[in-house]
Design a binder for this molecule. Sequence first.
Ligand code: NAP
Length: 238
Amino acid sequence: MKTLLITGASKGIGEQIARAFFANGYNVVINYNKSEERALKLAQELNTFAFKADVSDYNQAKALVDFTCSKYGRIDVLVNNAGIALPQAVIQDTTENDFNNIVGVNLKGAYNCSKLVIDKMLSQGSGNIINISSIWGQVGASCEVLYSMTKAGLIGFTKALAKELAPSNIRVNAVAPGFISTDMNAHLSQDDVNEFLQSVPLGRAGSAAEVAKAVLFLASDDASYITGHVLSVNGGLE
Ligand code: NAP
């Protein structure tokens, strides 16, 4: 059986990715940081393990990877999904602390987990890494400069790592969602959401389950000749 390690799977897109892989026969290890109750409930439902780790901390990321290997012996797919988006503010109103937090989770978290998992994938002779970027990493968003920067960084990380690991039969891709209804957007007013959705050609928000299907495809053998790619799941936003 193949094994998925998914970061930030206590809710939202990560939860749906965990569910989709489980439904496709994978062992799944669910990482969470703060939402313990939700993570444990999901783990119970999927008859698997939830492991608390702040992925921005190298030692905690290492404990997560070691735990996954100790339970299932291999890691076939790593999805770097854990992410934070706040603060939404003009750059002058952001702080060094904001910068360190968002870079720590969104970029360093992906670096930490990938670096640690790659050792295992190299010894297995195969693997798949999928990074959850964002439309804002592709086109940039006003008042989300830090978030856009980290999500653009994940695209560069994906493309470079794909070239580095292709000779080792490890594929690396990214998924760039548009507006997906999750807790990450729950602070927005319905009026603001409706106004934004008018700019989406398909005219609606995406679901976390729709993002999960794209991730599942990239991890599958159907995508065996795809690496270094950024798959947009955004309803046609540009
Ligand atoms: P969400 O519902 O807020 O979920 C975020 C997840 O990340 C949670 O499971 C959270 O775990 C986890 N997380 C946060 N900090 C962490 C840390 N330090 N260590 C480990 N896990 C951590 O948001 P979402 O919408 O599902 O977002 C998932 C990913 O999709 C993010 O990378 C986000 O940037 C990206 N994305 C979202 C959208 C959107 O419209 N929703 C669009 C484009 C891209 P705890 O709650 O347990 O701390």
